[in-house]
Design a protein around this ligand. Structure first.
Ligand SMILES: C[S@@+](CC[C@H](N)C(=O)[O-])C[C@H]1O[C@@H](n2cnc3c(N)ncnc32)[C@H](O)[C@@H]1O
Length: 440
C-alpha cells in the first residue's frame, strides 16, 4: 500500500496506463470502490511496484479532479461518444488529461501513451484521432481553462455540494471541497504515547501519540511497522475512542470495529475489548493488526443489531457505517459512488444500531457514537432522535480541553471535525462523535 499514490514517480509504462483506465472504468461505470477495483486489477497484473504506483496515481488524480477534467474534455468535445460504441475512450481522455495537468507528465509521453491505449482497444481505436486531437489541446490550452474553472464546486457532485452549503454555508463548503483536492498526509497513532517516533525524517508530532508523515511511501517499509509500534489512523479518527475516558482494566464493547483503529486504541489503553463487526473478512484485518501490535481483544463476527454481550457494558463505542463523506480526501472515488439514496439507507441502519448500542450500555455507563460523515442526518440528528426515544440517556458533553482544540467541540458539546481544520498542517478527516450517559 502506498501512502501518497498520487505522488509516485512517473515511468513511461503503457501497462500502468492500461491498469489506470481499467480501474477508472470499474469505479465510474460499475460503481466499484477505488481500493477494491485497484486491488483486483493489481492481483491480475504483473506490474512492478513502481509501475503500480503510477497506475494508482493516475486513477486517484483522475477521480480527485474528475469534475474539472470532465468539464474540460466536454468543452473540447461537447458529445463524447457512448461507451457501447467507444469503449474506454472517455477514461483514456480523463486519465490522459490527469497525467498532463496534475501529474505533470510531458505532453509527448502522455499523448503517445493514450494513442497506444486507443490502438489496443477494439472500440476506442475508432476514436484514436479524436483522443489525439483532444489531448493535444488539453496540453496546450488545459492550464488556462483550468485557471478559469471553479475547482471546488466542479469536483463535488451537485447534490453533495448543495447540501454542504445548506448545512455549513458557502464559505465553509468551499474550504471543505478545496481540502478534498489535496493529497492527504499519512497519520499514525503510536501504541505508546511517549514514543518519540523520531526515526522518520520530517515526522510531525500532532499531539501525544499522533504523528503525521508526508511522502511516507510504502507503509510496510516505515520504521516501527514490524515491531507494531503504531497503526495507520487519521488524526480525527483517533479522537472518538478517547471520549470514553479512562478504560484501563474495564470492559469495552466496540461495535462496527473493523478494520480496528479504535479497537487498537482501546486495547493499548488497557481495556478488555470485545470488538464486533458484521464482516468476517474485515475482522481478519483487526486480527492482523492486533498480532502486529501485540495487543489483544475478543473478536466477534455478528450483526450488532442482533448480538448482545453477556451483561450490559460500562463502555460502548459505536463507530457506525455511514456515507463516509468526511473521508473524501482519502477516498476520491466516494463522491462519484454515493447518492442521496445511500444517505437514507445509512440513516435507518444507524438508528437501529444506536438502539442496539443503547441496549448494551449498563446503567451509569457511557455510550460514544461516531461517524466519519459530514452529514448532520448521520451525526447530530441521530443523537437528537435517540435522546427523544431513550429518555434514560443524556448527553455528556465534552470539556474544552478534552480533544486538543476547542474548535472541534460543538455548542452542544459533541465532537465535530472538518477537513479544513488544521489545514496548515495537512487537514484532517471530517468526524462526528457524541458521548452519552445512561442514567438508569
Ligand atoms: C466506519 S467502519 C468502522 C471503522 C472502525 N471502527 C475503526 O476504527 O477502524 C464501519 C464498520 O461497520 C461494519 N458494519 C456494518 N453494518 C454492521 C452491522 N449491522 N453490525 C456490525 N457491523 C457492521 C462494517 O463491516 C464496517 O467494518
Amino acid at each position: 500500500m502506498s501512502a501518497s499514490p498520487e505522488m509516485s514517480p512517473a515511468p513511461a509504462g503503457l501497462a500502468s496506463r492500461q491498469a489506470a483506465v481499467a480501474i477508472l472504468s470499474q469505479v465510474l461505470r460499475r460503481k466499484r470502490p477505488l481500493d477494491q477495483a485497484a486491488a483486483e486489477i493489481l492481483a491480475g497484473s504483473s506490474l512492478a511496484p513502481r509501475d503500480w504506483g503510477f497506475a494508482r496515481a493516475i486513477a486517484a488524480a483522475s477521480l480527485r479532479r474528475f469534475g474539472q477534467l470532465e468539464a474540460l474534455i466536454r468543452a473540447f468535445v461537447p458529445k463524447t461518444p457512448p461507451p457501447h460504441k467507444a469503449g474506454p475512450t472517455l477514461e483514456i481522455l480523463i486519465a490522459g488529461a490527469a497525467e498532463l495537468l496534475f501529474l505533470h507528465v510531458p505532453a509527448h509521453a502522455a499523448v503517445d501513451a493514450a494513442n497506444k491505449l486507443a490502438q489496443a482497444d477494439s472500440k476506442a481505436v475508432h476514436f484514436k484521432a479524436l483522443i489525439n486531437a483532444v489531448l493535444r489541446r488539453v496540453a496546450d490550452e488545459g492550464p488556462s481553462v483550468l485557471a478559469q474553472q471553479d475547482a471546488a464546486a466542479l469536483n463535488a457532485p451537485d447534490w453533495l455540494f448543495e447540501r454542504w452549503i445548506a448545512n455549513y454555508g458557502e464559505a465553509q463548503t468551499r474550504l471543505i471541497a478545496e481540502a478534498h483536492l489535496a493529497i492527504p498526509p499519512l497519520d499514525l497513532t503510536l501504541k505508546r504515547a511517549d514514543d518519540p517516533y523520531t526515526d522518520f525524517d520530517g515526522a510531525l508530532r500532532l499531539a501525544p501519540g499522533r504523528v503525521r508523515l508526508t511522502d511516507a511511501g510504502k507503509i510496510e517499509n516505515l520504521p516501527g511497522f514490524l515491531d507494531g509500534r503504531w497503526w495507520v489512523q487519521d488524526f480525527a479518527a483517533s479522537l472518538p475512542a478517547t471520549l470514553l475516558g479512562d478504560v484501563a482494566g474495564r470492559t469495552v464493547v466496540d461495535l462496527c470495529a473493523a478494520p480496528g483503529g479504535k479497537t487498537l486504541q482501546l486495547a493499548s489503553a488497557g481495556a478488555r475489548v470485545t470488538a464486533v463487526d458484521a464482516a468476517p473478512q474485515r475482522l481478519a484485518l483487526i486480527a492482523d493488526n492486533l498480532a502486529r501490535t501485540k495487543l489483544s481483544a475478543e473478536l466477534i463476527a455478528a450483526d450488532a443489531r442482533d448480538w448482545r454481550p453477556d451483561a450490559p457494558s460500562p463502555f460502548v463505542l459505536l463507530d457506525a457505517p455511514c456515507t463516509a463523506t468526511g473521508t473524501i480526501r482519502r477516498h476520491p472515488d466516494l463522491p462519484w459512488l454515493k447518492s442521496a439514496a445511500d444517505l437514507v439507507n445509512a440513516e435507518s441502519l444507524q438508528s437501529e444500531l444506536l438502539d442496539a448500542a443503547g441496549a448494551m450500555t449498563a446503567a451509569g455507563g457511557t455510550l460514544v457514537y461516531a461517524v466519519c460523515s459530514l452529514e448532520p442526518e448521520e451525526g447530530v440528528e441521530q443523537i437528537e432522535s435517540f435522546l427523544r426515544r431513550r429518555t434514560d440517556f443524556a448527553r455528556h458533553g465534552l470539556g474544552p480541553d478534552e480533544v486538543f482544540d476547542s474548535t472541534f467541540i460543538t455548542l452542544k458539546g459533541d465532537l465535530a471535525t472538518l477537513p479544513l481544520y488544521w489545514a496548515e498542517n495537512g487537514g484532517m478527516d471530517g468526524f462526528y462523535a457524541a458521548r452519552l450517559k445512561r442514567l438508569l
